[in-house]
Design a protein around this ligand. Structure first.
Ligand code: GRF
Length: 209
């Protein structure tokens, strides 16, 4: 099967990007990363990309126009949001509909938006986790693909949960991307399919729970 071409969009540390790259290198994911694009010139994820000789782009002013023109010059099958802290405009979401994945640090549809770990602790939740979903024009609200869940312990804080949730992310994001790269995840008309069947509810990853 031909390798798909992807771009990574990030705004910060890029540990998910690094983890995805490691999983490409060890043969788990069959995919190329064509470029890493960031709206933050100081994002450590850009340094990680440069070390690996992956082309990088920094979005400066009219970031959505700049992003659009960068993407136009590439032949991209998949856009991977990995801690990208900007909202993609409808123009780009519509153009790449069904070809954009995001990972969100909560059990969506609960806790959309930012500061998820802090809010989960404040609300005395029993469970927390991460979700991979397709990106649509509704923020953190596209069809859910896979979730990983953990039980919150009494002594957990926003910081400890952040670490635990990252561990979940390092397992579910590469898995979803692998599925996409292998043609198991796709969009058909208004439906999102896994292995040919409509995704009704997210697959539960129980490996870390
Ligand atoms: C992750 O927690 C992800 O869920 C969220 O942004 C964070 C990015 O972390 N969208 P990193 O930059 O990959 O370490």
């Amino acid at each position: 099967m031909n390798k798909i071409n992807s771009v990574i969009l990030l705004s910060g540390n890029g540990s998910n990007f690094k983890n995805i790259l490691d999983k490409i290198k060890n043969g788990y994911i069959n995919m190329n990363i064509t470029a890493v694009i960031s709206n933050n010139k100081n994002a450590y994820g850009l340094e990680r990309a440069k070390k690996e000789n992956i082309e990088t782009f920094i979005l400066n002013n009219k970031i959505n126009d700049e992003l659009d023109s960068i993407l136009k010059k590439m032949n991209i099958d998949l856009i991977i949001l990995a801690g990208y802290m900007k909202i993609l405009p409808p123009k780009i979401v519509n153009k790449f509909y069904g070809k954009i994945l995001n990972i969100h640090p909560s059990l969506l549809p609960k806790y959309k938006g930012i500061d998820t770990h802090k809010r989960v602790v404040e609300n005395n939740e029993s469970f927390h986790g991460a979700t991979v979903h397709f990106v649509t024009n509704d923020l953190d609200d596209g069809p859910l693909i896979i979730q990983g869940k953990i039980k919150i312990e009494k002594d957990d804080t926003a910081d400890t949960l952040k670490k635990k949730v990252h561990e979940i992310e390092y397992s579910i994001y590469p898995l979803a991307i692998k599925w996409y790269a292998d043609g198991l995840l796709e969009q058909c008309d208004h439906h999102f399919l896994f292995n040919g069947a409509k995704i009704e509810s997210p697959i539960q990853d129980i490996s870390k729970s």
